[in-house]
Design a protein around this ligand. Structure first.
Ligand code: NAD
Length: 345
């Protein structure tokens, strides 16, 4: 019997990469354009696996619905899992993820946003298309010699740091769990807020990191600070960001993520009226660049996501466990039965 997968929030590029990875027809995949929510969970009835992305909801009610529907596995096709109640899922339903698919994709996008912003490429592109070859207002600044603060020095943060070093930048790093023997210049967060010309975020969204950029921390930053967020939107308090932009304290913001993105990102709202005033105001600013959670979107990353997701499902089917299982106990207590090739529950 083929494993039946209900695939939520499916986009054309997902279908292309998953159909390629499933060319042998080993899995029966139903693609739903809708997101997984409390209202759509009944679509999972009769499926073995649900495959979800960053803005699907996997809260306690959805988990209960999935269990009642007979679903055995939630396969995240992403690394971040702040949209999943993994504590509630423990002993009810297994959760697997794709911990790494292309950290280069995200780190390179962070640098692309930064360069676009500080060299005014987004403005120049529009001007020259209209045969306006004036340079007024396009003055940028050199990255060479500037100080970049990097918050989160995991897979993506480390690659971003290497890229910055290639530009001759000074790097200050912060991580709750600093990497030993990395040679990185780890400092306290306050030193990053105070000394950096640019700050790029590469840590997960947790209770601790939520709104780490707020009114108070912005006040500590240098005037003209450039913020780059390719991690999770809620690391930044968007109202405080908007105030910082309006007061001219923040020099620029490059956002691939936004705290209220789930109702807006990944959809075409051109021709519609956006209800989110904060987002609309941010987008209207000349020094704010927004991409809609696009940093992961490279061919390499999509193929890795599809292959790893299907091999996660295969391993779970064969062994009842998965190397990429997200288990609340393993994460919270560090006592990880899966290291001994045992089942988490
Ligand atoms: P990772 O797990 O390799 O690294 C995360 C790092 O953050 C770790 O070194 C960890 O110690 C550190 N960290 C944990 N808690 C922290 C805290 N309170 N303060 C500071 N640092 C802390 O993850 P990664 O693959 O490098 O991904 C980083 C983040 O990027 C993910 O959490 C995800 O939210 C985001 N992401 C975004 C996209 C996108 O398309 N925009 C794609 C993939 C990942």
């Amino acid at each position: 019997m083929k494993t039946k997968i209900a695939f939520f929030d499916a986009k054309e590029y997902d279908k292309t990469s998953f159909d390629l990875a499933n060319a042998s027809g080993e899995f029966e995949v139903t693609y739903y354009e809708t997101k997984l929510t409390e209202d759509t969970v009944n679509l999972a009835d009769g499926y073995d696996v649900v495959c979800v992305f960053v803005n699907d909801t996997v809260n306690s009610k959805v988990i209960d619905g999935l269990v009642a529907a007979g679903v055995k596995l939630v396969a995240l096709r992403c690394a971040g899992y702040n949209n999943v109640d993994i504590e509630y899922a423990y002993e009810k339903i297994h959760i697997v993820s794709v911990p790494a698919y292309s950290p280069y994709a995200v780190a390179e996008h962070a640098m692309a946003l930064l360069l676009t912003s500080i060299r005014r490429i987004h403005k120049a592109y529009i001007r020259t298309r209209d045969f306006n070859f004036s340079l007024n207002g396009l003055t940028g600044f050199d990255l060479h010699g500037k100080t970049v603060g990097v918050v989160g020095t995991g897979k993506i943060g480390r690659i971003f740091i290497d890229i910055c070093k290639g530009f001759g930048m000074n790097v200050l790093a912060y991580d709750k769990f600093p990497a030993k023997d990395s040679g990185l210049n780890y400092v306290e967060l306050d030193e990053i807020w105070e000394k950096a010309d640019i700050i790029s975020f590469h840590c997960p969204l947790t209770d601790e990191t939520k709104h780490m950029v707020n009114k108070d921390t912005i006040a500590k930053m240098k005037k003209g600070i450039v913020l780059v967020n390719t991690s999770r939107g809620a690391l930044i308090d968007s109202e405080a960001l908007l105030e910082g932009i309006k007061s001219r304290h923040i020099g620029a913001a490059c956002l691939d993520v936004y705290e209220e993105e789930s109702d807006v990102f990944f959809h075409d709202f051109s021709g519609h009226i956006i209800n989110d005033d904060t987002l609309a105001r941010l987008i209207s600013m000349p020094n704010v660049i927004v991409t809609s959670h696009q940093a992961f979107l490279t061919k390499e990353a999509l193929n890795n996501i599809a292959n790893t997701t299907l091999s996660n499902i295969n391993q779970f089917n064969a062994e009842g466990r998965c190397d990429n299982e997200l288990c609340y106990k393993c994460i919270k207590f560090g006592k990880c039965p899966k290291e001994h090739k045992e089942k988490c529950f």
